[in-house]
Write a protein that binds this ligand. Structure first.
Ligand code: DOR
Ligand code: ZN
Length: 343
């Protein structure tokens, strides 16, 4: 039986929500990953150190007994964030980054940043206190085609940010285009990117061809095949600028399968198995450990994990949904077979 053993991985971009959804999804992540960067786009958003510490406690309460999992908290950047809060965040052992959502770009981004130039003093403070900035890199301009929004964000904002704040550590989250890969490759070592499993496994036909598939709809939207190939090449290159971030984003099935469905793929149930499938198809399973277990920790200046996880080459069928007591979350690849199983 073929197996693959790697150092225990981390998820460098994760949504776990709160309440009953948190209880349903967190065990899936804690089973596979030692740590995860927790996104702050709750309703209301997590904007202060005090709120993040309360949210951290709620997450820790949801970790199943016997599992060891550490949530790495982030704060939601707004136009009203203060330099003092940035300093406090940088000094907190539990806060690891700020997240920049352009206002209106995605789920719960209404409180995000409307005028990116106006927050340059805050970016200067992040650079000074050396706390990373995580960016949802899409313009929100209605006139911009949804498939172009990442590329245009790079040209309009990202290049200028990296030029103005050369010491700021930045993660370009969930890159989806060849242009974003190129940008990250061509800029300094303080610029990195996360890549999701859905952007490695699917192109946009998976959303739109042969019927509309809401469970493949996420933001930034999955692009055409040439972009997928660029992402696979980056993820499997061994370049430490690219590391694992699922962007697992659970929504109730009823809010996905509707006339105006929410953006987000729920992938935490089988995250590592999904990445293994993508790396195996690229004949690059030997590159999975660096991507999943080393490069993110190095970027965030955290120790690499000790301990290992083992994947076994065996087929299993993903359930149609997860959740109890009327709560239903449809996972990525629901009712389909996967070729790797975490032991
Ligand atoms: O598809 C997405 N879902 N993209 C995001 O940026 C946010 C996320 C969510 O929170 O649902
Ligand atoms: Zn996200």
């Amino acid at each position: 039986m073929k197996t693959l053993t790697i150092t225990r991985p981390d998820d460098w971009h994760l949504h776990v929500r709160n309440g009953a959804v948190l209880q349903t999804v967190l065990p899936h992540t804690a089973r596979q990953f030692a740590r995860a960067i927790i996104m702050p786009n709750l309703k209301p958003p997590v904007t202060t150190v005090a709120q993040a510490l309360t949210y951290r406690e709620e997450i820790l309460q949801a970790v199943p007994a016997g599992l060891d999992f550490t949530p790495l908290m982030t704060l939601y950047l707004t136009g009203s964030t203060t330099a003092d809060e940035i300093k406090k965040a940088a000094e907190s052992e539990h806060i690891h980054a700020f997240k920049l959502y352009p206002a209106g770009a995605t789920t719960n981004s209404d409180s995000g940043v409307a005028d990116i130039k106006a927050i340059y003093p805050l970016l200067a403070a992040m650079e000074q206190y050396d706390i990373p900035l995580l960016i949802h890199g899409e313009v929100t301009d209605d006139a911009c085609d949804i498939f172009d929004r990442e590329r245009v964000f790079i040209d309009t904002y990202l290049t200028d940010i990296t030029n103005n704040f050369p010491g700021l550590r930045i993660v370009v989250e969930h890159v989806t285009t060849a242009e974003a890969v190129q940008f990250v490759q061509d800029t300094g070592n303080n610029i990195a990117a996360t890549i999701t499993p859905q952007h490695l496994l699917f192109n946009r036909n998976a959303i739109l061809a042969g019927g509309i598939r809401p469970h493949h709809y996420c933001l930034p939207i999955i692009k055409r095949e040439s972009h997928r190939l660029a992402l696979v090449a980056a993820a499997t290159s061994g370049n430490p600028k690219f590391f694992l971030g699922t962007d697992s984003a659970p929504h109730l099935t009823s809010l996905k399968e509707t006339a105006c469905g929410c953006a987000g793929c729920y992938s935490a149930h089988a995250a590592l198995e999904l990445y293994a499938e993508a790396f195996e198809r690229a004949d690059a399973l030997d590159k999975l450990e660096g991507f999943a277990s080393f490069y993110g920790a190095d970027f965030y200046r955290l120790p690499r994990n000790s301990g290992t996880v083992t994947l076994k080459k065996t087929t299993w069928k993903v359930p149609s949904a997860y959740g109890e007591n009327g709560l239903s979350i449809t996972p990525l690849k629901a009712n389909e077979e996967l070729g790797w199983k975490l032991q």
